[in-house]
Design a binder for this molecule. Structure first.
Ligand code: FAD
Length: 488
């Protein structure tokens, strides 16, 4: 294609994940000429669903965070963008089963407090104190003082400060497994943010599956004149005169843009898309030390029978066979996993939320095992064992599981990496270490604010997730709109 004046966009967004699409919606709505370039034939990145034999499965997302009516994500998708999607509320966000207890984390924080106090009455005062902190952490004054005190601390440090009972500490640590680190490594700030945003301000599912969200974003983007180019991988960004950027994509096309927003992994951008000599060297060395979060092995099962008798409707069910939390996660962050030592399972039940996701009297299940990336050969050799191990262990919850499986499919970290180009198939962007808080500042410095980042890698306090992708997208769109207003 010959580039002409008409190919100059106000903004080009690289990547059509939730972050890129949301940013595109805000910019197009404000009258900007926007192009999204996406390498896959389908939009959405990780926020995708697929169909098999009448079952609809989500790639991996179990639930939204910050999705209650008074929360950020709800306000952006329902009020700012007025997306045509239906949020399905779930009373129980996470259900936890251990050798001695079955405990629900309700989206109603008071019910959760009552349940915990009924089991651990001696810890009642500090249960109230901790949950009061979680509930109010979004208030600026509370966040500022909590940040000062805990910015270098881990979740274990925080729990040890509040509680004596080891089983209570174990139970409170289980949902933090979403961050993929041991309790003595994971940031206290990220952990409290996860509790606040996901367990108590979130817990919604999207009717029709997660793909419905990206479809609604695309409709909104196009309605405001946004353009999208699918099956086009961007392989180079050049900075030319007058702050114009030239973007090359693999169909031998190139486009000009006044601003570029990257919805992809910054490591990929820095290593592959731009010339090293534009980087701020001091920050580049710091950037190279950052670690991505863990990846996942995912098993999707379509069942020819209903399994609702013994399982509550929840966004996630953690089934623990013993009281060892840290061994698994400590090994995981050192790239190790042993399927003989898997001590827990994480289930999601999409068809519990929306029965249309499975044929009549059938159910869909997703089992997620946070996993290291390894390599193609490892998963080629071991995926079958992992799958069988998960199914065998899941019989503790669903005794007749093997006999009712109608559809089964797996996804490995290698596929997650190939699909989104996220380093090591990372599911949530950066690892939630205390030393990696406020990565967004580093990203601004390293490229001297010449390109912008949205999505799970542009996180501030807690890693990844739809909330970070959507929140960062609105923030960057506002920065670009203010910048262009000032130029006029
Ligand atoms: C198993 C699993 C479970 C999860 N559970 C939850 C959950 O319950 N709740 C939650 O909120 N989040 C969850 N997440 C995380 C959530 O899915 C992601 O954080 C979020 O979808 C990331 O969106 P994004 O827009 O930042 O990036 P992505 O979804 O990674 O999108 C980036 C897009 O950029 C494209 N791209 C990359 N490079 C290029 C290039 N050079 N040229 C063109 N296009 C390019 C990719 O193809 C992709 O479409 C989960 C993730 C996984 C994998």
């Amino acid at each position: 294609m010959v580039a002409s004046k008409k190919d100059i966009y106000d903004v080009i967004i690289i990547g059509g994940g939730v972050g890129g699409l949301t940013c595109g919606c805000f910019l197009a709505k404000a009258g900007k000429k926007v192009l999204i370039i996406e390498k896959n034939p389908k939009i959405g990145g990780y926020c995708n669903s697929f169909k098999q034999n009448g079952f609809t499965f989500d790639f991996g997302i179990r639930a939204l965070s910050h999705s209650k009516e008074d929360s950020y994500l709800y306000k952006i998708i329902k009020e700012d963008l007025n997306l045509n999607i239906e949020l399905i509320k779930t009373e129980i966000t996470d259900c936890i089963i251990t050798p001695d207890y079955k405990i629900n984390f309700y989206s109603d924080i008071n019910r959760t407090i009552d349940e915990l106090i009924s089991i651990f009455p001696k810890e009642s005062k500090n249960i109230n104190l901790l949950f009061d902190l979680i509930n109010n952490i979004n208030k600026n004054s509370i966040l500022a003082s909590f940040y000062q005190e805990f910015k270098n601390r881990t979740f274990k440090y925080l729990l040890d400060k509040y509680f004596k009972n080891e089983k209570l500490k174990f139970i409170l640590t289980i949902p933090i497994g979403n961050l993929g680190l041991s309790s003595f490594e994971v940031s206290a700030i990220s952990s409290i943010m996860l509790y606040h945003g996901y367990l108590f301000k979130g817990g919604h599912y999207i009717k029709g599956g997660m793909q419905t969200l990206v479809n609604a974003l695309l409709t909104n983007f196009k309605k405001h004149g946004g353009k999208i180019l699918l099956s086009n991988k961007v392989y180079r960004i050049e900075f030319i005169k007058n702050n114009i950027k030239k973007i090359f994509s693999n169909n031998r096309d190139f486009f000009y843009a006044k601003e570029v927003v990257c919805n992809c992994d910054p490591s990929f951008v820095i290593s592959n898309l731009i010339s090293k000599n534009i980087l701020n060297k001091k920050y580049f060395l710091e950037f190279k030390k950052l670690k991505p979060s863990t990846s996942a092995f995912i098993l999707y099962l379509g069942l020819k029978d209903t399994i609702r008798k013994n399982i509550d409707n929840c966004c996630g069910l953690w089934y623990y066979f013993n009281y060892k939390f840290d061994d698994f996660y400590f090994n995981l962050s050192r790239n190790k996993i042993n399927f003989n030592n898997i001590n827990h399972l994480l289930f999601a039940f999409p068809s519990f939320h929306d029965k249309n996701l499975a044929p009549k009297n059938c159910e869909s299940i997703m089992m997620i095992l946070w996993s290291p990336y390894k390599n193609r050969n490892f998963w080629y050799k071991n995926a079958k064992h992992f799958k069988e191990t998960l199914i065998n262990k899941a019989k503790n919850l669903i005794p007749n599981l093997s006999s009712i499986i109608q559809v089964e499919k797996i996804t490995s970290p290698v596929f997650l990496n190939q699909y989104t180009l996220s380093r090591n198939g990372s599911v949530r962007g950066w690892e939630a270490l205390p030393s990696q808080l406020r990565v967004s500042k580093l990203l601004e410095e390293i490229l001297k604010k010449r390109i912008f980042f949205v999505g799970q890698w542009s996180t501030h306090y807690a890693p990844g997730g739809l909330f970070t992708a959507i929140f960062s997208a609105k923030k960057i769109a506002n920065i670009i709109l203010t910048k262009t207003k000032e130029k006029k």
